[in-house]
Design a protein around this ligand. Structure first.
Ligand SMILES: [Fe+2]
Ligand SMILES: [Fe+2]
Length: 274
């Protein structure tokens, strides 16, 4: 056994015993690379998400909602900052990164990315779509905050101690964002004046959110599971999300869109959600 193989089996045993990884010198290069990739995806998404919300502080329908949007935006910047700090501890040059990428970059509303990407940052690709209406902001809280919540649930059980610990506070705030979205979804969905616009928006955002979870049984997901960085397969997370969101969609008098994945289409690059 080479020194590298020995190191690898020591780390695997540690993870299988349920002991957390705490320090960089306990990692193998493969573990470190995968961990960094997942944390960059989260941190870049938090910041890109926050920047997409910024205009809605000014455009929110009431002063109470201006404050709600400002506070959600602040939460997202905080989440980004917390995860970037963990990345800095692993040697990532975060200052350089935020200078290098334009986190305000958005595609046109008509553009569909599928599992592709629009920029070089690591954000989950739904964060490339623009939020053009108040109902889009509401749908983003209902769908993406909830979808991220389901994805990040695995982090609460992951093998990297520092990430697992910050996730509890992040998840608490995400659940408030979801509740904000759900309240507005019911309000707009039950009002005949706004129902149809909301249904149209739901249908537009649905394939985008479905694509966030990635393809079933990917090699990459198997690697994440091996290292305890993810617990479930992409498809299981997607299904948990669909089961959860269907209730509020019904309560808002909306119709659940249909979605048929075509996994035969090979994405240009591995899907953001791995
Ligand atoms: Fe967040
Ligand atoms: Fe959020």
């Amino acid at each position: 056994m080479t020194a590298e193989q020995e190191r690898e089996s020591r780390l695997l045993e540690r993870i299988q015993r349920g002991e957390l990884v705490e320090e960089a010198d306990q990692m193998t290069p493969e573990y470190r690379d995968n961990l960094i990739h997942l944390m960059l995806m989260e941190a870049d998404s938090e910041i890109a998400g926050a920047f997409g919300y910024v205009p809605w502080i000014m455009k929110a329908p009431t002063p109470a909602e201006m404050l709600a949007v400002a506070s959600i935006t602040r939460d997202e910047v905080r989440h980004g900052r917390v995860v970037y700090k963990l990345l800095e501890n692993l040697g990532v040059d975060v200052g350089d990164r935020v200078k290098q990428f334009d986190f305000t970059l958005r595609v046109e509303e008509k553009d569909f990315l599928g599992q592709g990407r629009a920029g070089q940052d690591e954000r989950v690709n739904i964060f490339y779509y623009p939020i053009d209406r108040w109902s889009d902001f509401v749908l983003f809280n209902v769908l993406m905050d909830r979808g991220a919540g389901h994805q990040l649930e695995d982090v609460l059980q992951c093998s990297y101690g520092p990430w697992k610990r910050v996730m509890q506070g992040i998840m608490k705030e995400e659940s408030m964002h979801i509740a904000h979205g759900d309240t507005w979804l019911r309000r707009l969905g039950r009002d005949p004046a706004t129902h149809d616009e909301l249904q149209e928006g739901l249908e537009r955002w649905w394939p985008r959110i479905m694509n966030v979870f990635g393809r079933p049984k990917t090699r990459r997901n198997a690697t994440y599971q091996k290292w305890g960085l993810k617990i479930r397969d992409n498809d299981a997370v997607r299904q948990a999300f669909v089961d959860d969101v269907s209730q509020v969609i019904a309560e808002a008098h909306l119709t659940m869109p249909t979605w048929t994945p075509d996994w035969n289409v090979v994405p240009e690059e591995g899907q953001a959600a791995g």
